[in-house]
Design a binder for this molecule. Structure first.
Ligand code: ADP
Ligand code: MG
Length: 555
């Protein structure tokens, strides 16, 4: 690597200013980017208490020489740019010489480094931006940076941080993204001594995606490659089945840099047209290579956004290519199938447990209940007739039942133990969250255990969920909790039970047998709050004889 130099005032004034270090993940991002810039093959990130106590980043890159070590933590010192013109053709991730100095100001910083061919390593200790100690150390080639007690002396900033779980989740999401951008580099992440994930150096993108995103997503990715005068675009777009309600499966890299670009996301979404519903976001992983002169990376303080010189051309190219690969895949005719998971699960569900099929005494006779549009049930009542929303009714029944069962946590007997446990995989980022939330699932009556990085085993489920798509249920509930971040009991009672009731309820559009109609109505009338569903929508509307008479002008 070049020698480190202090940037001129002129260059400094042209650099996008702003808060660089906002939270632990910003430190991790800057340090790992430095390791990547230094050509590291392996990068380990070790954090304690989600990085608030300690962040260590260890690499086997080019290293920093002794003299440079005394420079690197000072403001505006960098080995990546020298002249003003360099700002217009940046090929490294870093370029402002601001990261180490910003970190040094809000933490205790220790940097150890040994040049690739250096005889010895050196260590520098910095506190509040000042050098405390400089010494020689024995170490392998590469750089090891330790950041301690982040924001200890800046309580105002610390106050803005979220729970350590949230802060850690940001770190995990970031490393997952970097690992997908650089499959040739090995990454490892540890939190409080626990290995969260590790991927070896030298992987193909396909292998890496399979490990980090798991098979369900991996096998539904369509490759794409296109080149124009302005850009080389390579990567994958997801089949419509792997569209999600959030942007978490949208990965965009420009010359190796992770970026957000709403217009690219929009043009991809547009290319899917009616293949996915409006509120869902398609999965994509795209790497763009453009000439450094044609992209401005100096527009955002944390380097998360870029500006393309040939913006319109690039957007047009992506849109056209995505449309083309989707068309060639012939997805338009079969994208809604997705039955395979269900078939696999149904092997485990031989007995018929759906509670509303349980035999009950008859009151109204079957022939008196009419199903309208597979949506409503009409049934005679004392005063006239009732119209019942079948989905809302079942939702209410399930909600009350779940609440009763789970409040008491007495569901030992009511669990269904699988003869053969069901295993499923989750993308590493979601897996970590589920692992932390297994207790919540346990309280709900699920028996789930971790089975390896990203793989889970379901040994038992509450009886009420039997015959349902268990994997989908757990995945979606987990995603719901990720969105919610903090899961307290109160929230759990309301949201989770609502969600579970809704997921398991008879759907609008389901044809019910006459017996099933009757049982649904009977169950409904036994629940206390039968007139509204858990979301507050009406369940039953009564049409009285008088009203009917009025309509027919009998009075
Ligand atoms: P920038 O990355 O913008 O140059 P930083 O403050 O992040 O600024 O780093 C300052 C300098 O320290 C870098 O330009 C580089 O020369 C050196 N450096 C930092 N981290 C590493 C590393 N892991 N390996 C080698 N050199 C590093
Ligand atoms: Mg840097």
């Amino acid at each position: 690597m070049n020698k480190i130099n202090l940037l001129s005032k002129k260059i400094i004034s042209q650099i996008a200013a702003g808060e660089v270090i906002e939270r632990p993940v910003s430190v991790v991002k800057e340090l790992v980017e430095n390791s990547i810039d230094a050509g590291a093959k392996n990068i380990s990130v070790i954090v304690k208490e989600a990085g608030l106590k300690e962040i260590k980043v260890i690499d086997d890159g080019l290293g920093i020489g002794g003299e440079d070590l005394k420079m690197c933590y000072k403001s505006h010192t960098t080995s990546k740019i020298f002249k003003e013109e360099d700002l217009n053709r940046i090929s490294s991730l870093g370029f402002r010489g601001e990261a180490l100095s910003s970190i040094a100001l809000v933490s205790g910083l220790q940097i150890k480094s040994k040049l690739k061919n250096g005889a010895k390593g050196f260590e520098v200790k910095i506190s509040k931006g000042r050098m405390l100690d400089f010494s020689q150390v024995g170490m392998p080639a590469g750089t090891q940076i330790m950041v301690e007690s982040l924001f200890k002396d800046t309580p105002a900033r610390r106050k803005f941080l979220k729970s350590s779980r949230t802060e850690f989740n940001h770190i995990l999401v970031l490393l997952n993204r970097l690992a997908l951008a650089f499959p040739q580099i090995g990454f490892a992440l540890r939190n409080n001594k626990k290995e969260i994930f590790s991927v070896p150096a030298g992987q193909t993108i396909s292998k890496r995606m399979r490990f980090l995103l798991k098979e369900k997503i991996h096998k539904r990715l369509i490759p794409l490659k296109v080149k124009s005068n302005y850009a080389l675009i390579e990567g994958f777009v997801g089949m419509p089945q792997i569209a999600f309600s959030n942007k978490s499966k949208q990965y965009l890299f420009v010359n190796g840099r992770l970026i957000n670009n709403p217009s690219i996301a929009r043009t991809i979404k547009e290319a899917y047209g009616s293949l996915i519903s409006n509120n869902l976001k398609p999965t994509f992983l795209l790497a763009l290579k453009v000439m450094p002169e044609t992209v401005d990376v100096n527009i955002h303080p944390r380097k998360e956004e870029v500006k393309f010189l040939y913006h319109e051309a690039i957007i047009g190219l992506i849109n056209k290519k995505v449309k083309q690969v989707l068309r060639n895949k012939n997805l338009f005719y079969k994208f809604e199938s997705g039955e395979d998971d269900f078939k696999k699960e149904s092997e485990f569900f031989r007995e018929d447990f759906d509670f509303w099929r349980v035999k009950e005494e008859e009151e109204v006779c079957d022939s008196e209940i009419i199903q309208i549009k597979n949506k409503y049930l009409a049934v005679p009542s004392k005063k006239g007739f009732l119209v019942i929303d079948q989905h809302a009714a079942h939702e209410r029944i399930l909600f009350d039942e779940l609440k009763r069962n789970f409040a008491k946590r007495k569901n030992k007997k009511e669990k269904v133990l699988f003869k053969r446990a069901l295993t499923f995989e989750l993308p590493i980022t979601e897996a970590n969250f589920l692992e932390q939330n297994l207790k919540v699932f346990e309280a709900l009556g699920f028996e789930i255990e971790l089975f390896g990085q990203g793989t889970f085993k379901v040994n038992a489920v509450p009886k009420i969920f039997h015959c349902r798509r268990i994997e989908e249920l757990i995945t979606e509930l987990n995603q719901l909790m990720i969105k919610q971040k903090k899961v307290d009991l109160d929230w759990r009672n309301r949201k989770i039970l609502n969600f579970l009731a809704c997921k398991n309820a008879i759907k609008t559009g389901e044809k019910l047998k006459p017996k099933e109609r009757r049982r649904l109505i009977k169950k409904l009338f036994k629940t206390r709050k039968k007139f509204t569903c858990p979301h507050g929508r009406p369940v039953i509307v009564e049409f009285s004889e008088q009203e009917l008479d009025k309509l027919f002008k009998r009075r």
